[in-house]
Design a protein around this ligand. Structure first.
Ligand SMILES: Cc1cc2nc3c(=O)[nH]c(=O)nc-3n(C[C@H](O)[C@H](O)[C@H](O)COP(=O)(O)OP(=O)(O)OC[C@H]3O[C@@H](n4cnc5c(N)ncnc54)[C@H](O)[C@@H]3O)c2cc1C
Ligand SMILES: *[C@@H]1O[C@H](CO)[C@@H](O)[C@H](O)[C@H]1NC(C)=O
Ligand SMILES: *[C@@H]1O[C@H](CO)[C@@H](O)[C@H](O)[C@H]1NC(C)=O
Ligand SMILES: *[C@@H]1O[C@H](CO)[C@@H](O)[C@H](O)[C@H]1NC(C)=O
Ligand SMILES: *[C@@H]1O[C@H](CO)[C@@H](O)[C@H](O)[C@H]1NC(C)=O
Ligand SMILES: *[C@@H]1O[C@H](CO)[C@@H](O)[C@H](O)[C@H]1NC(C)=O
Ligand SMILES: *[C@@H]1O[C@H](CO)[C@@H](O)[C@H](O)[C@H]1NC(C)=O
Ligand SMILES: *[C@@H]1O[C@H](CO)[C@@H](O)[C@H](O)[C@H]1NC(C)=O
Length: 628
């Protein structure tokens, strides 16, 4: 890599200059001279009123670019165009058949690294209606591998110019554009059938900036490329002695979907969301321009890109973020269950189990006021002929800037409350790390890929202020019913990214206002299959049942919403739920800056004016995109 540090330190100028220093890959930009009158790659001109077409051009359409034009586009890209072939094509008869390769795909299909290192495929399969399932064994595959349902071509972006060319080519040819980073998105916002995809994963650059002083923020910063993932930032934190909150998933990108939709970490109650850390971004907009957005430049774009939803206002190439001094982390783990347990997870009766859940959550305000977070799962195993339905609670209270002794003392009143309702727990020793970097460090992580669905809900702080209030009891009753009657697994991460915590410039960004009032982000999981063996009707029925139980969580939290990055793409009234009072302003900004609707993602602002052709009930992204 290279060094920005010297340059920035010597310049020590006002923010716009310091921040406008590009990574070398960003200095390679598309110019009018490159365009040279070629209409395929010409820049867009604003203001504009769109192209008036009902549908995006789809493979096989008369006006789909010819092989010659794709080839010319590839030349302008210097050869960075890749055909969108899913790895599982190796398992199907045809030009890509390769038994050895298929065996590798079969072995690695559940790996997040396998998915993120592939230019074409997203994490899940149902989002594209399972277009190329990996056959379970070497017997003849039962399903078909349908390339049309996947992005057709991928620009393997290693320069800003590559991204500008992709945006211009897609806009000028009215082709759907998708953006893949790690491909981790749960909703399918990263993919689309027949699309031209921009793969930003290769943009792995990182530099610390020793001093930023812009009159409002004074401190260290870092400039990070779009492809940097959680675990890579932990490595940098260890190397350069700093802290920035990152996702719980080690292979999530730092400034892609995670930041652009909010971005919570175990430090969120202390420092806010990732969207709150951003001081400036470099970004390719719908007209193909490469621009800088900061508090004093392209202010509306700077506002929208921080929390107003990924994949919708431009393609981010890098961001400058606030970084902080190292901070210690301590975690207390508390588990219990109704099946035979252990001393670390004692067995309790059904009634005691749920009393324990109430006692635990009655401490949520205290935990988050101490700038800590809660993290927990309630799992259930259905009854068998010989065993009753059982329940398991797994919980962790994670504090920062506490000594181990203080963290243990902090947990004592909660342990006392649990013992009051019939537990026999001693206060466990917390695990303690001198720095967040040490707590999160994973040298070469991998994590699981799933093909399941879930829904989520933000519980506002007012549900948890008074454990005798009807709001608290409504929350507990809804959660219990979700697990006990629904038979679903329930999960929550409990944090408070208030406006006050967001600070400068975070408090003026487009983060969902419902997140600002929240104390709990809860998720309920459907373990029913959404795989290729299920019919559309089965998927609809399974989802409808999940939604019925999610409605209980919604009923207990009137006026709240959901966190868009971990949510159901079929969330009812997503506009209000994911964006709250920001929706109208974001929609006006979207219309003005992207009248061509170059950028589209399910549940993104303005996406409600579009639908995917051939959709059989639940939202998927495999078909042609058309105006409603
Ligand atoms: C294992 C795991 C753990 C997670 N943990 C957390 C957590 O702790 N906290 C949390 O808040 N969320 C968490 N998430 C959810 C996460 O925020 C979303 O999955 C998010 O969409 C991932 O973003 P990505 O860029 O890595 O993935 P992608 O699927 O590549 O992209 C997601 C979205 O962002 C867009 N996008 C990506 N890069 C860019 C770019 N450079 N410019 C413009 N648009 C872009 C894509 O088009 C897509 O719409 C987790 C997810 C997983 C799978
Ligand atoms: C683009 O060009 C490169 C280099 O010539 C070539 O390897 C690649 O296959 C081409 N891509 C497509 C989609 O044809
Ligand atoms: C993407 O481009 C880089 C740099 O040219 C190259 O090393 C890599 O192999 C390419 N990846 C794919 C999938 O084409
Ligand atoms: C890291 O930063 C902390 C806090 O600023 C400081 O106390 C410590 O000495 C630094 N460690 C190293 C190795 O620089
Ligand atoms: C605990 O509750 C579940 C569901 O409410 C029930 O099925 C189970 O039988 C109960 N267990 C016992 C031991 O009573
Ligand atoms: C951590 O606690 C110390 C006092 O114990 C305080 O001085 C410091 O500001 C705290 N750090 C943060 C980031 O809040
Ligand atoms: C509580 O647990 C301790 C061991 O952890 C045990 O010695 C004691 O008898 C238990 N008390 C009750 C009332 O079960
Ligand atoms: C492949 O997918 C496309 C887009 O969804 C669809 O139009 C086409 O019918 C599918 N082909 C087959 C053989 O299923």
């Amino acid at each position: 890599m290279f060094s920005l540090v010297q340059t920035v330190a010597v310049l020590s100028l006002a923010s716009r200059f310091a921040f406008a220093i590009n990574f070398p890959f960003e200095s390679i930009q598309l110019t009018e001279a490159d365009v040279a009158g070629n209409p395929d790659i010409a820049f867009g001109k604003l203001p504009a009123s769109g192209n008036g077409k009902k549908c995006k051009t789809f493979p096989g359409d008369d006006n789909w670019p010819s092989a010659e034009r794709w080839s010319a586009f590839n030349s302008s890209l210097g050869g960075a165009l890749v055909r969108g072939i899913p790895p599982a094509a190796a398992c199907y008869q045809g030009p890509y058949y390769d038994e050895a390769r298929c065996a590798v795909v079969r072995a690695r299909q559940g790996s997040s690294r396998f998915a993120s290192d592939d230019p074409t495929i997203p994490f899940g399969q149902w989002q594209l209606d399972n277009p190329c399932p990996v056959p379970a064994d070497s017997a003849a595959p039962v399903y078909t591998c349908n390339f049309t349902s996947l992005p057709q071509y991928v620009v393997n972006a290693t320069t800003a110019k590559h991204i500008q060319l992709a945006v211009n080519f897609a806009r000028n040819n009215n082709i759907r554009l998708t953006i893949k980073n790690t491909g981790h998105d749960f909703l399918g916002r990263n993919t689309g059938g027949g699309a031209l995809q921009v793969w930003v994963h290769p943009l792995k650059y990182f530099e610390t900036i020793p001093s930023v002083q812009d009159g409002h923020y004074s401190g260290r910063a870092a400039k990070i490329g779009a492809g940097i993932m959680t675990y890579e930032l932990f490595n940098e934190m260890a190397k350069s002695n700093f802290t920035v909150g990152v996702a719980g998933g080690a292979t999530v990108s730092a400034i892609g979907g995670w930041m652009q939709g909010g971005g919570f970490s175990i430090l969120t109650s202390r420092f806010g969301l990732m969207a709150d850390q951003v001081l400036s971004v470099e970004i390719v907009t719908a007209d193909g321009k490469f621009v800088h957005a900061a508090p004093d430049e392209n202010e509306d774009l700077f506002w929208a890109i921080r929390g107003g939803g990924p994949s919708n206002y431009g393609i981010v190439t890098s961001a400058v973020i606030k970084i902080r001094d190292p901070i210690s982390i301590s975690s207390t783990t508390l588990n219990w269950q109704t099946s035979p347990g252990t001393s670390a997870s004692p067995q309790v009766s059904n009634e005691t189990f749920w009393k324990g859940v109430n006692a635990y959550f009655s401490h949520l305000v205290r935990i988050t006021d101490a700038k800590g977070i809660g993290w927990n799962y309630i799992r259930t195993v259905p009854p068998t002929a010989t065993t009753p339905r059982t329940f398991t609670f797994i919980g962790q209270i994670t504090l920062n800037n506490f000594s181990a002794a203080d963290a243990k003392a902090f947990a004592a009143p909660l342990i006392a409350d649990l013992n009051k309702v019939g537990f026999n727990l001693s206060n466990p020793e917390p695990s303690w790390f001198p720095t967040y970097a040490q707590q999160g460090f994973r040298p070469n992580p991998d994590e699981g890929v799933s093909n399941g669905r879930f829904g989520s809900r933000l519980f506002p702080r007012k549900n948890f202020i008074d454990p005798t209030s009807k709001e608290f009891l409504a929350a507990m009753t809804a959660i219990r019913s979700f697990v006990e009657d629904g038979g679903y697994m329930w999960h929550s991460v409990d944090y408070t990214p208030t406006l006050e915590t967001a600070g400068y410039p975070g408090r003026t960004n487009a983060v969902n206002p419902h997140l600002r009032n929240a104390i709990m982000h809860s998720t309920g999981f459907d373990f029913a299959s959404y795989g290729p063996e299920t019919t559309a009707a089965e998927k609809i029925a399974s989802h409808a049942r999940l939604n019925e139980y999610l409605n209980k969580l919604r009923a207990a939290t009137p006026g709240s919403g959901a966190y868009m990055n971990e949510a159901d793409p079929d969330e009812p009234n997503f506009q209000e739920s994911f964006y709250g009072s920001n929706y109208e302003k974001l929609a006006r900004f979207k219309k003005k800056t992207d009248p061509w609707h170059v950028f589209h993602a399910v549940t993104a602002v303005g996406s409600d004016e579009w639908e995917v052709e051939g959709t059989q009930g639940l939202t998927t992204q495999q078909g042609r995109l058309c105006r409603v």
